[in-house]
Ligand binder design. Structure first.
Ligand code: SF4
Length: 487
């Protein structure tokens, strides 16, 4: 084990030295607003600044998640407009092309790279966190790409050594028919289009979608398809370097100073955070009704009421609710007893054991593939497995009729003016804002607004417990010198 750490540490030092030797601090700092993040920054920075820059970027990624939730497929124009209106003002790199002051531009580029690598380090520890980070970084990149001029994009492609370029008119005429067939357009359109020849290895995703013409190791594609190639490389690069950064974490001697800060960044309810019962956190089946009334979001308190009333839950609700209860600390034994007590109002225990107990043990990783399952995030509840007419799972702000949503909020003793506000928010797909408002008004306005949006039912629960006095203490910031490299 020690040998393993030593070899990893020396490999890490070799990588850092190679980066230094290349003098690659911010290589993609040309005229454009885009960056491939091929090299980690190597300058010295205080922990406080590191944390502030990372928080700023995380805020932007959370905003993107919020906007994606608000705009379903097919609402691309609205999504694009909201990104410009709500993301640009809180994240300076998105407006870099509007800034003329060269010093300021340099500073923004530097923070862009530092923020990106700080979050790579924070989000590299679990596949779920990594996936969440990569997905939203790619979305951020696409947004910035769309605001770039064609000249800046062409410069970016050259600067980042993508092997390819625009073909000339003779070459175009030679393959005119093949291009029209591959791109699914007319010969006339091909004659007017900019066509690029790239290394076929860079265009695998487009080849899979049959959107390119392949010949002699080259992939021919339309200018509009360039983004797919760039994003494919960026995504692969992020996954590979984050896997490596995760290996290095064990040998970085920053357990006391840096790691608690990185841990804090991944808390606070991003879609990729796994909620698991913290050590010592437990709840018994007898406490569930009281916890539901005080600390559960509307989706979970609704399922609890349905269970008490009907003594049964269908598959979707059993899974959504069962994993939520597991993540707030309900043990397997208590979960089995809890569901058995309710279900056996309507069936004998033999039937419960045969049809339902396996399912509960499976959620706790004791059957089947013996896999640990995480509680569902709001994004997953909203986007996957929508409830049918007989189901009680899902997100009430997204899936319930206005009448049922009003009734549920009234039963939760929410004032009518707040109900109106939450219904209005849910009508414009701002489910997270509606849920956050529910959290706020349920705790009394004197507690002040919540500083984050609710994006996970277990985040709602943990913040509600914390507000009631049962949460973790806030750590005081200190300032020390550090050097970062996550490559
Ligand atoms: S927004 Fe999330 S936590 Fe709130 S009710 Fe919907 S799914 Fe539950």
């Amino acid at each position: 084990m020690q040998f393993d750490n030593r070899s990893r540490r020396s490999k890490m030092l070799r990588d850092i030295n190679a980066t230094r030797a290349n003098n690659q601090s911010f290589p993609s700092s040309g005229v454009g607003n885009l960056c491939m993040y091929d090299f980690a920054p190597i300058e010295e920075i205080t922990l406080r600044e590191f944390e502030e820059i990372a928080e700023q970027r995380l805020k932007a990624l959370r905003k993107i998640e919020e906007l994606k939730l608000r705009h379903e497929k097919g609402m691309f124009d609205e999504y694009k407009a909201s990104m410009a209106k709500e993301l640009n003002p809180i994240f300076k790199p998105c407006t870099l092309h509007q800034i003329n002051n060269e010093e300021l531009r340099k500073r923004i580029r530097r923070d862009d790279v530092i923020g990106h690598f700080a979050l790579r380090l924070a989000f590299c520890r679990s596949p779920e966190d990594t996936k969440w980070f990569v997905t939203h970084e790619i979305e951020l990149f696409r947004h910035r790409y769309m605001n770039e001029t064609r000249a800046a994009i062409l410069n970016f492609v050259t600067e980042n050594k993508f092997d390819g370029g625009m073909i000339n008119s003779d070459e175009r005429e030679e393959h005119l028919k093949e291009f029209a067939d591959s791109f699914g357009c007319s010969l006339e359109k091909v004659r007017l289009a900019d066509i690029w020849a790239m290394d076929a290895c860079d265009a695998l995703e487009l080849a899979r979608k049959r959107k390119v013409f392949l010949s002699e190791g080259k992939a021919y594609l339309e200018y509009d398809s360039l983004i797919t190639i760039i994003v494919q490389r960026l995504r692969a690069n992020m996954y590979a370097t984050m896997a490596r950064a995760n290996q290095y974490r064990g040998v970085i001697e920053e357990q006391d100073r840096l790691f608690p800060r990185l841990d804090r960044l991944t808390k606070g309810g991003c879609g990729g955070k796994d909620f698991n019962a913290a050590e010592g956190q437990s709840i018994s089946r007898h406490q569930i009704d009281s916890a539901s009334a005080q600390f559960f979001p509307l989706c979970m308190s609704g399922i609890q009421s349905h269970l008490r009333k009907n003594h049964h839950l269908k598959h979707g609700a059993r899974r959504q609710y069962g994993l939520f209860l597991k993540a707030i600390g309900l043990s397997l034994e208590e979960a089995l007893a809890f569901f058995r007590e309710e279900f056996t109002h309507k069936m004998d225990s033999d039937k419960f054991e045969k049809q339902y107990a396996y399912n509960i043990r499976h959620m706790y990783g004791k059957e089947g593939k013996r896999q640990e399952y995480s509680a569902f995030s709001c994004a997953s509840i909203i986007l996957n497995n929508p409830p049918g007419p007989e189901d009680c799972h899902g997100c009430p702000y997204k899936h319930s009729s206005e009448e049922r949503l009003r009734a549920a909020l009234k039963a939760a003793k929410i004032k009518s003016e707040h109900i109106d506000e939450m219904v209005a928010l849910s009508k414009i797909n701002q489910f997270d804002k509606a849920c956050t408002l529910h959290w706020e008004v349920s705790r009394g306005q004197e507690k002040g607004p919540l500083s984050t949006l609710i994006t996970h039912p277990n985040q709602y629960y943990e913040l509600a417990k914390e507000a009631a006095g049962g949460g973790p203490k806030v750590e005081v910031k200190t300032e020390v010198k550090m050097e970062i490299s996550t490559q």
